[in-house]
Ligand binder design. Structure first.
Ligand SMILES: [Zn+2]
Ligand SMILES: [Zn+2]
Length: 511
């Protein structure tokens, strides 16, 4: 086993986030900026969102005419041994009328040596066209079927360390040529900076130094050296960790996965990803309700918002979820009217789901009819996103199509105070940012164990628009690499699932 494990080290595993004050919550000494960050021009430290939202601190780029500015942090402690790739990400929200001309919204990495004193190189990536692309393709996913691109999503930039001596990077997000709407209130909001080092690019970039062989890698990644947990699930044990394997090397014990080891849990499709990494914790925000139903008075960190316990014998993962969204939400109950005056709170839940690791299609499966008259998909939870928040069918009480009235992260609470999604939750961070340039990544799982993917089938083509290998009435289709899988379909019924195409563990129906 040991020799095999060494081979597996080539698989990308992300290190710790090296950014300090990553969520901008700590103020600097002036009280007007964020501790550890520098800003220029029109950029300013701000609460990022509206009064009807649960809002956190971040930075704002106002769109007033000719505006420009940036926010950056000098990140120290870079060590090439930890990985030659630098992955810089942040969460951003372009408000509907935010505009720049000349594509001038950018992410930048400056590389330094000698404890950050000597500048050696820099790299820049323009991201405004992603904003425009989302506006074109995801508008229908929004509240009342519009503005679905004015939503938090993650932007990313991966670069090779140019020299082994680099020990610091300055990461920036900036803009120029503010777009003529001379209204300072319309902004691009930013939050949650992250810099991690990777041994291998997570986006499939190839180090030119590795030569043509690396570029000819097979489409299906090797799982050699990983312990198979069943189906498409794999685990890379830490050096100090022993899994209960039988004589044939099969996993027969139980394994608990939390944020601490989420980067060792892999799901295999055309790549090996860590679907839950970075998604298993959350902040219980002031204004939500705790488990006992009391209002939360102070933001509280929840380290185990979702955990999975893999059972090797039963070939099932037991998912325990508190169901706290790990992204911004609207304020609930809604007294502003932007969420249809939804009277419910967001409350901590204690949910247990059973996820089959080796999903089996159900030959007798029936898709739901237009208003689910046949009851093919139950009300309530039908699956969960990789942050542990549940998916519902398209309807709320009274069989109203619920997809139109949702907050800016595409969710809202039910009458039993359970926050849920009825459609593509763009705010859910997936392991890979979805730029719509290839098949989307996994964003969650249905209770039949089949994966739910983002909207794209290939570059610029959404699965809902396919003319060959069309989605069936369940919103599922088959390919050799992924097997049967669901896609979310922005603006198109049934939005997430149209029924269970696979066999569901009946324990998920216990109430
Ligand atoms: Zn609902
Ligand atoms: Zn597909």
């Amino acid at each position: 086993m040991m020799t095999a494990l060494l081979i597996a080290l080539a698989i990308p595993m992300s290190s710790e986030n090296l950014v300090k004050n990553a969520d901008f919550s700590q103020k600097d000494a002036t009280g007007k900026g964020a501790l550890g960050y520098q800003s220029t021009g029109d950029a300013f430290w701000s609460w990022v969102g509206y009064t009807d939202e649960i809002v956190t601190a971040g930075f704002a780029f106002p769109a007033k005419a000719k505006a420009s500015g940036s926010v950056s942090q000098m990140v120290t402690g870079i060590d090439q041994k930890e990985g030659k790739w630098i992955r810089f990400t942040f969460r951003g929200l372009p408000e509907q009328n935010f505009q720049v001309s000349g594509d001038q919204l950018f992410m930048k990495i400056d590389f330094y040596e000698k404890q950050g004193t000597e500048y050696v190189d820099s790299a820049e990536r323009l991201i405004y066209r992603e904003v425009e692309k989302d506006r074109k393709e995801l508008a229908v996913n929004g509240n009342y079927g519009k503005d679905g691109a004015a939503i938090w999503r993650t932007y990313e930039f991966e670069e090779l360390l140019p020299f082994p001596e680099v020990d610091s990077v300055k990461v920036s997000v900036g803009y120029k040529n503010g777009g003529g709407k001379s209204n300072a209130q319309i902004c691009f909001f930013l939050d949650d900076f992250s810099v991690v080092q990777l041994q291998k690019s997570s986006t499939g970039l190839v180090d030119p130094a590795e030569g043509p062989k690396a570029r000819n890698q097979t489409a299906v990644p090797t799982t050699e050296g990983l312990v198979s947990l069943g189906g498409r699930w794999y685990y890379q044990p830490a050096k100090t960790e022993t899994l209960a394997l039988n004589a044939a090397g099969r996993f027969e014990g139980t394994l608990r996965v939390t944020q601490a080891n989420a980067n060792r849990l892999f799901y295999r499709d055309d790549r090996l990803i860590n679907p839950f990494a970075g998604n298993m914790t959350a902040w219980l925000r002031k204004g939500y309700l705790d488990e006992s139903g009391y209002p939360v008075t102070k933001d509280t960190f929840v380290p185990d918002n979702v955990t999975l316990t893999f059972d090797g014998k039963a070939k099932v993962a037991v998912v325990r979820a508190k169901n706290i969204p790990n992204h911004p939400t609207a304020k609930f109950p809604d007294t502003y009217g932007t969420q249809g005056y939804n009277p419910s709170y967001i409350q901590v839940q204690k949910s247990v789901f059973f996820l089959p690791l080796e999903p089996v299609t159900n030959p007798r499966a029936i898709a739901m009819t237009a208003r689910d008259e046949n009851g093919a998909l139950p009300m309530g939870s039908v699956g969960f996103a990789v942050n542990g928040v549940v998916f519902y069918n398209p309807f709320d009480a009274g069989m109203q199509d619920a997809s139109s009235i949702m907050d800016r992260c595409c969710g809202h609470p039910s009458p039993d105070y359970r926050y849920h999604y009825h459609k593509y939750p763009i705010c859910v961070n997936t392991p890979f940012v979805d730029k719509g340039e290839r098949h989307s990544p996994v964003i969650g799982f249905a209770f039949d164990g089949l994966p739910v993917y983002g909207p794209y089938e290939s570059n610029g083509v959404m699965a809902k628009d396919l003319t060959t290998n069309k989605l069936n009435a369940f919103n599922a289709h088959f390919d050799e690499v992924r097997g049967w899988h669901y896609h979310v379909t922005p603006g198109k019924f049934p939005y997430i699932l149209g029924g269970y195409f696979g066999q569901v563990d009946r324990r998920n129906f216990r109430r």
